[in-house]
Design a binder for this molecule. Structure first.
Ligand code: SF4
Ligand code: ZN
Ligand code: ZN
Length: 318
């Protein structure tokens, strides 16, 4: 298979664009595509300091490399944030993740923070798995969102970027339809404005980029990343979620560009309509422990409820 743009051997086929690309032309095409998406959706028009959430996997490390390049072009500042969640399960998953994040921070010379939740909040995700009734991934998601927002605010960032890719988005959308969870779908945005009283917005710049393309980019650019998946992964929605993802990937094989259309149409047409109908400006209260916004009927936020259960501590009272 020859590259569509030169005589070299192609390393990847992009069926939905009818392209086959060699290493150099793929890198050029991929970086341009990332920039076009960022510009089209006006992702960083007002961003001055962007916090990049880096778990150490292929998506977030690739995102860090792309953001570093973009920051030099557009003139914003970036800071990498890695959260050590304390997931071990005999596989040292979190410490390995942090090791890979650190390799990338040092390789690119970007400023960074590594936050160990055991030191910061007094418990780990592995501890929470046994003590908190909700599914471990739900606790973990809550802890990650809370920590990321707090640390980004402490660093004076106005934007957080995360590495959710096109396959993740397609899976979230189909799972939302499957569960009939209209509110979750209404909240599935690519640019989430800051919570009331806060300044940091959240953006998913890789939302239209296929997992396979990200993996290829990471490999050809020699980006160090952790191959292992989290030992709790199988709990994320269990078999149903895995099957949805696999079936979507099979559909993509038969109908090239299927996931792209699904996600683009959802974000451009369906989500705005759902948001208007289902997301109302709620009157918010403030968590009695940490001071962050919470629903009016709750005295403490979900994070502080977890922390209280795990440690019995209520430090940082505001
Ligand atoms: Fe956290 Fe679950 Fe992801 Fe593991 S798979 S990092 S527990 S959300
Ligand atoms: Zn070429
Ligand atoms: Zn709180």
């Amino acid at each position: 298979m020859k590259c569509s743009k030169c005589d070299n051997k192609a390393i990847i086929k992009i069926p939905y664009s009818n392209l086959a690309l060699c290493k150099d032309h793929f890198i050029e095409w991929f970086e341009k595509r990332f920039e076009r998406i960022v510009d089209k959706y006006k992702m960083f028009e007002n961003s001055k300091k962007i916090a990049v959430a880096v778990s150490g996997g292929k998506d977030s490390t690739t995102l860090l490399h792309l953001m570093k390049k973009l920051s030099e072009k557009k003139g914003f500042e970036i800071i990498g944030i890695n959260i050590d969640l304390g997931i071990d399960m005999g596989k040292q998953y979190s410490s390995k993740s942090t090791e890979f994040a650190l390799k990338n921070f040092e390789m690119l010379g970007v400023k960074y923070r590594i936050v160990r939740i055991k030191e910061r909040y007094g418990f780990t995700i592995d501890d929470a798995k046994h003590k908190i009734k909700r599914p471990v991934c739900s606790t973990c998601g809550l802890v990650k969102r809370y920590t990321l927002t707090e640390v980004a605010e402490e660093e004076g960032a106005d934007t957080i970027v995360t590495g959710h890719n096109l396959n993740d988005m397609a899976q979230f959308i189909m799972a939302g339809y499957f569960n009939g969870d209209v509110r979750d779908l209404a909240r599935l945005d690519i640019i989430t404005p800051p919570e009331k009283g806060y300044r940091v917005m959240k953006v998913k710049p890789l939302f239209l980029i296929y997992e396979k393309e990200i993996l290829t980019y990471a490999l050809v650019k020699g980006i160090p990343f952790l191959y292992d998946s989290c030992p709790h992964t199988f709990r994320v929605g269990g078999v149903t979620q895995d099957t949805i993802r696999r079936k979507l990937e099979e559909l993509e094989e038969t109908i090239p560009g299927y996931m792209l259309m699904l996600v683009e149409n959802f974000i451009n047409k369906i989500q705005p309509a759902l948001k208007e109908k289902y997301i109302k400006e709620e009157e918010l209260g403030h968590c009695k422990i940490c001071g962050r916004p919470t629903t009016k009927d709750r005295e403490i936020c979900s994070f502080c409820a977890v922390r209280l259960k795990m440690t019995g501590q209520t430090v940082n009272i505001k």
